[in-house]
Design a protein around this ligand. Structure first.
Ligand code: G6P
Length: 752
């Protein structure tokens, strides 16, 4: 309410002030003209007598005549001057300084000019203040008989002006109140309309264009998710993190709120890896990782050090004596500190505990988690090594350290032991399972205790926060403050919050890419597609959580159900090999290939193959070229914390074309509600969505894409990082206050 009322009050008051001022000025001019006119009328009425008495210089009669005229209550005094400019008669109330001699020189001296002279109105300062005066000629029978001084009573003008101001203010007050009531009413109606539209969106077939339903309505998010999104958005709109976020604003928050000169980021995957190709040439590669996509622009904005596993086969050749290298190459905005792992450590910590244990534990993707004691041992040791490295990279006793993901669950507490005053923000990039499921992990307590060394623990969604709090409740003796969403363990408080991750906006890869039509031409050439072909694209690491098999099966079902698309629709799957030392991933590679072959054989005609598997670690320029060339992008994750490919597709489409088909089991589906939202397990639904996508009108594509682009541009990765930093700054402030207060309290409150 106050948000509407305050600006309304200010603008109405300013308007009212302006209007009264303008009206006052105009009214004053009118009144002045009015009194001049009245004086002329009065003198004209008595012109004959005035001229006669002036000619006779009969002071007594003249004085009586003047007294008679001043009975008009707007004239206070008069004087009659002879043609020589001397006072012949005056009324008793004539103020000093207004006798005829005081006005010498005002009446023209030249006889001809006198006859043409119409008199003058002016203001004069006399001992009693400012007065308005008219000096008028008395002309009779074409002869100049003299002049009269008329002094006006202007107090009525002031009274009228005050009355007019009161009236104007009153009118504006009434208008202001009416405008306020109207605004509130319209907002209510608007809100109702919007919620009705959302309800319709969920429940009824909509998005009709040219009289034909696109079937899009079947692929909308469910109402409860929309409700939650709306609630979160309205909270966001009014908080300290509202407004546009840019790298500069992020930097500013870091400097002002946390006094930070750079941050330390701890993430297993490095943003740039040096790789020697078979020909012996060294290339700098960008690993396929949502975490890297999101965090790299943040580091470029904040500067500092990224501590990561040096996994490139030429990484060691490109570091200094402290295992550091400046990145991005050529730009050198921050430092990459590489940590080396032995094959044994990598096997136990990365492949074993992190990716065979915690990864399947956190995703509902029907892969059984494997927990081995040896892997756990390596996980603990490697976590120690990274905690040590992070503390070494920190400048001073209270650095800002961002600990990323499930590879480092134990690190926050380890850092806290070494640097008790550090601000530690942990972010868990994957889902957090429910407490029941989390209990499968034999080291559930240790994982939770480790994470609770953080100042802030972040997840993509509120559901994951709730699951985490539920797990703390189940496995630890900790105090949970559900109101403020905080956990206190051993006297240390950690905030638990949702921070949906995003991408940089504007996106530098999208900006650097060729225009969409050119991308389409080159991609179609590469794939040998006819100009009127339709192209679907998928971009993933080859991971069983991504639903790649389900995706290909949905394409197969679509071709079955829409035979006219056979020979015309091609799906290009860009798949980056990932974690290939793990059996489950190797098996997936094989099954995806076998499936693609089977579908291709089924629908092959001439050179046409419906599925193109492009298995390689594609660099961002290639990925963006495909995203810009596609008619549809299908993200079919079976479970995904967020999924940034969906947001990258949106950022790639500045031409507002292309349709996103998105699994409802991704965090992104809660935000990109204009995508066609599907259950990837439901092949009928998914294939219908794909068919609707390729048939969607350009207008509808643009409508949906525009809305999604607006969302991602506002909720970009700088906001994600900024919100965490703002919360961390609050925790830090709170901690400092209690540090200062505790000794004081100890001194005044006697110990028991
Ligand atoms: C997910 C994880 C990241 C990881 C990425 C790639 O997004 O949350 O931490 O970096 O997958 O996986 P990889 O094992 O290659 O780093």
């Amino acid at each position: 309410m106050l948000k509407i009322l305050a600006p309304l009050l200010i603008s109405v008051s300013l308007l009212a002030w302006g209007a009264t001022w303008a009206l006052g000025r105009t009214a004053q001019t009118w009144f002045e003209r009015d009194v001049g006119l009245r004086a002329r009328l009065a003198v004209a009425g008595a012109r004959g007598s005035l001229a006669e008495q002036l000619a006779r210089r009969d002071r007594r009669r003249l004085a009586a005549l003047l007294e008679e005229i001043t009975r008009d209550d707007r004239i206070t005094a008069m004087a009659a001057c002879g043609p020589d400019g001397k006072t012949v008669a005056r009324t008793s109330a004539l103020p000093d300084g207004l006798a005829c001699r005081d006005l010498t020189g005002v009446v023209p001296a030249d006889p001809a000019a006198r006859l043409a002279w119409g008199g003058i109105d002016f203001e004069r300062t006399v001992p009693s203040g400012n007065v308005r005066v008219s000096l008028l000629p008395v002309i009779d029978d074409d002869a100049f008989a003299g002049s009269v001084v008329v002094v006006h009573d202007m107090s009525w003008v002031a009274r009228r002006e005050a009355a007019m101001r009161r009236l104007t203010l009153g009118v504006f007050a009434v208008v202001g109140i009416l405008a306020y009531l109207l605004t509130v009413l319209l907002r209510r109606l608007n809100w109702r309309d919007w919620s009705r539209e959302l309800r319709d969106l969920v429940l009824h077939p909509r998005f009709r264009r040219g009289g034909r339903a696109t079937r899009g309505a079947a692929f909308q998010p469910i109402a409860s998710e929309l409700r939650q999104l709306l609630a979160e958005l309205s909270r966001e709109q009014s908080g300290p993190t509202a407004g546009h976020w840019s790298p500069e604003r992020l930097q500013d928050v870091l400097e002002r709120a946390l006094g930070g000169d750079g941050v330390v980021v701890l993430a297993n995957r490095e943003p740039y890896l040096h790789s020697r190709t078979e020909s012996g040439e060294v290339k700098v590669l960008h690993p396929a990782s949502g975490l890297v996509t999101a965090l790299e622009p943040v580091m470029r904005a904040c500067s500092g050090t990224w501590v990561a596993h040096g996994s490139g086969n030429a990484d060691r050749e490109h570091v200094d004596g402290h295992d550091r290298v400046k990145v991005p190459p050529g730009e050198e905005a921050y430092t990459l500190r590489r940590v080396w792992l032995s094959p044994e450590e990598e096997r136990g910590y990365y492949y074993g505990f992190a990716n065979e244990g915690l990864w399947p534990l956190s995703h509902i993707a029907h892969a059984r988690p494997l927990f081995r004691t040896e892997d756990w041992r390596q996980y603990q040791l490697v976590n120690e090594r990274f905690a040590e490295a992070a503390c070494r990279e920190a400048k001073g006793p209270d650095p800002v350290i961002l600990v990323q993901d499930y590879h480092f669950a134990l690190v926050p507490r380890m850092i806290r032991h070494r640097l008790p005053r550090a601000t530690i923000i942990s972010f868990w990039h994957i889902p957090w399972p429910n407490a029941e499921h989390f209990g499968i992990c034999p080291w559930a307590r240790e994982i939770l205790t480790g994470l609770l060394g953080s100042s802030v623990v972040g997840f993509h969604t509120q559901l994951h926060c709730n699951n985490f709090l539920e797990s703390v409740d189940r496995f630890l003796e900790a105090r949970i403050d559900r109101e403020s969403q905080a956990v206190v363990l051993g006297g240390h408080e950690s905030l638990v919050r949702s921070y949906p991750i995003s991408i940089e906006w504007p996106n530098h890869w999208a900006r650097a890419a060729p225009p969409p039509l050119e991308c389409r031409r080159t991609v179609f050439d590469e794939l040998g597609l006819a100009p009127d072909a339709l192209l679907g694209v998928g971009v993933d690491r080859i991971d069983y959580t991504k639903g790649i098999e389900e995706r290909l099966l949905a394409v197969e079902r679509m071709l079955e159900r829409s035979p006219h698309l056979q020979g015309r629709f091609t799906f290009a799957q860009l798949g980056a090999p990932s974690r290939t030392l793990i059996d489950r991933y190797r098996a997936l590679n094989e099954s995806v290939e076998a499936l693609a072959n089977r579908i291709n054989e089924r629908f092959a005609t001439g050179t046409y193959r419906p599925i193109v598997l492009l298995r390689a670690s594609h660099e961002p320029p290639t990925v963006y070229r495909y995203l810009r060339a596609a008619d549809v992008c299908y993200v079919s994750s079976l479970h995904d914390g967020m999924n940034l490919v969906a947001k990258e597709f949106v950022s790639a489409r500045d031409d507002e074309r292309g349709v996103l088909v998105l699994s409802r089991f991704t965090g992104a589906a809660r935000e990109l509600t204009q995508a066609l939202i599907v259950n990837p397990y439901d092949l009928d639904e998914a294939s219908a969505a794909l068919a609707a996508a390729v048939e969607m009108s350009p207008e509808e594509q643009a409508d949906r894409m525009r809305a999604m682009r607006a969302f991602v541009s506002e909720f970009n990765v700088y906001r994600w990082a900024g919100r965490m930093l703002v919360d961390a700054a609050r925790v830090r402030q709170h901690g400092r206050l209690s540090d200062r207060l505790t000794p004081v309290l100890r001194a005044v409150v006697p110990r028991r």
